[in-house]
Ligand binder design. Structure first.
Ligand code: CUA
Length: 332
C-alpha cells in the first residue's frame, strides 16, 4: 500500500496520456492490430538485445587463459565459427517473425476494404476539421465540424483531404496516423469496438495553431449513431428566446459570410458549419469546452484564444456578442 502511494506522483504525469488518446489503450480493430505488432517487435528486439548482452558477458568472463602462445587454438576458432552460425540463425528467425507479423498486421488494416462501409470525408483546414457523412438512407452528404461520431462494431471509411497545407489525421485509440495532402485523397478504415469519448489530434506540424487542431471522437451504438446523424441532417431550429433571435439577426450579417447555419441566410463556406454547434463537446477544434461563456469569449477575442486563426475579430458591441453567443448556444 505504502509503495503504491509512493508511486502515485510518478504516475500522475502519465494519467493525461491514457485512455482517450493512447495507442496503448486500443478501442478498435486497427489500433489493436498495431499494438500487437508493437508488442511483437518489442519482444523480438528485446530478446535479441538480451542475447547480445549475454554473449558479450560470456565472452568477457569465459575467455581462455593466456598461455603465451600468440596464435589462437583451433578449439577457439571452432567455437567462434559455431557462435557466428548461431547468431546468424537467430537474426534470420527474428527477421522472419517480424516480416510475418508486419504482413499480418498490414493485411488486417485492409481486411474490411471490400465491405460496405459508412463513408465519411474529413478535410483538414488551418486549424479545424470539416467532416461530412454520407447518409446511408438518402445518399446525400451531411456536414459538421470538429467532432467525429462513429458507430461501434461497423467499419467507417474515412477519406482524408486537405484544403491548404499538409495535416495528419490521428485518432490513436482507433488507428495509425495518415497524412492529409493537398490534391490527394487518402483512405483510412476505422472499426471501433469501445463505446465512449476519444480524442483525435493533427499529427503533422501545419502552422502556429497545429497544437490546437484537435477533435472529439464519439463511438456510440449504431442506433444512437443513426439518431445523431438524422438530427444533424435537420436544419437549425429557431430558439424562442428573444436574445437568441437578436443574435441570429446579428450573426446573419458578418458571421454568415464564413459560416453555414442550414435553414438560415448564413451560407459561408470558409469556416466550420455551425448548424448544430451546441450539440458538440468543444469549440475552436478542441480548444475550449462547449459553454456559452466560452462561445462569447471566442467570438469577442478569437486571436487571443487561438493566435493566427483565420477567424477575424468582428467588431461587435458586448450586447451583440452576448446575443450571438446565446444564439449559437441554442443551436443544438
Ligand atoms: Cu493540422 Cu497540424
Amino acid at each position: 500500500m505504502t509503495r503504491r502511494v509512493l508511486l502515485l506522483p510518478l504516475l500522475t504525469p502519465l494519467a493525461g496520456c491514457v485512455d482517450i488518446q493512447s495507442p496503448l489503450a486500443p478501442g478498435g480493430d486497427q489500433a489493436t492490430a498495431l499494438l500487437r505488432l508493437l508488442i511483437l517487435m518489442l519482444v523480438v528486439c528485446g530478446a535479441v538485445y538480451l542475447l547480445v548482452l549475454a554473449g558479450l558477458g560470456w565472452s568477457l568472463f569465459r575467455r581462455e587463459r593466456p598461455t603465451g602462445n600468440a596464435t589462437p587454438s583451433p578449439a577457439i576458432d571452432q567455437r567462434l565459427e559455431k557462435g557466428a552460425w548461431v547468431a546468424a540463425g537467430i537474426i534470420l528467425v527474428g527477421l522472419t517473425v517480424l516480416i510475418f507479423g508486419t504482413f499480418v498486421a498490414d493485411r488486417s488494416l485492409f481486411s474490411t476494404r471490400g465491405q460496405r462501409a459508412l463513408e465519411v470525408r474529413v478535410t483538414g483546414h488551418q486549424w479545424w476539421w470539416r467532416i461530412q457523412y454520407r447518409d446511408p438512407a438518402s445518399g446525400r452528404w451531411i456536414e459538421t465540424a470538429n467532432e467525429l461520431h462513429l458507430p461501434a462494431g461497423r467499419t467507417t471509411r474515412v477519406t482524408l483531404a486537405s484544403a491548404d497545407v499538409i495535416h495528419s489525421f490521428w485518432v490513436p485509440t482507433m488507428a495509425g496516423k495518415l497524412d492529409m495532402i493537398p490534391g490527394r485523397r487518402n483512405v483510412l478504415d476505422l472499426t471501433p469496438r469501445a463505446i465512449g469519448w476519444f480524442r483525435g489530434q493533427c499529427a503533422e506540424f501545419c502552422g502556429a495553431q497545429h497544437a490546437h487542431m484537435a477533435f472529439d471522437v464519439k463511438v456510440e451504438t449504431p442506433a444512437e449513431f443513426t439518431a445523431w446523424l438524422s438530427a444533424q441532417a435537420q436544419p437549425a431550429t429557431a430558439s424562442p428566446d428573444a436574445m437568441a433571435a437578436r443574435g441570429a439577426t446579428v450573426f446573419a450579417g458578418p458571421c454568415g459570410a464564413c459560416h453555414v447555419v442550414r435553414g438560415t441566410a448564413a451560407n459561408g463556406r470558409a469556416g466550420p458549419d455551425l448548424t448544430h454547434i451546441a450539440s458538440r463537446r468543444s469549440i475552436a477544434a478542441g480548444t475550449l469546452p462547449m459553454a456559452r461563456g466560452n462561445l462569447q469569449g471566442w467570438i469577442a477575442q478569437p486571436q487571443a484564444v487561438k493566435p493566427g486563426t483565420s477567424m477575424p475579430t468582428v467588431p461587435l458591441t458586448p450586447a451583440n456578442a452576448n446575443a450571438v453567443a446565446r444564439y449559437l448556444a441554442s443551436l443544438t
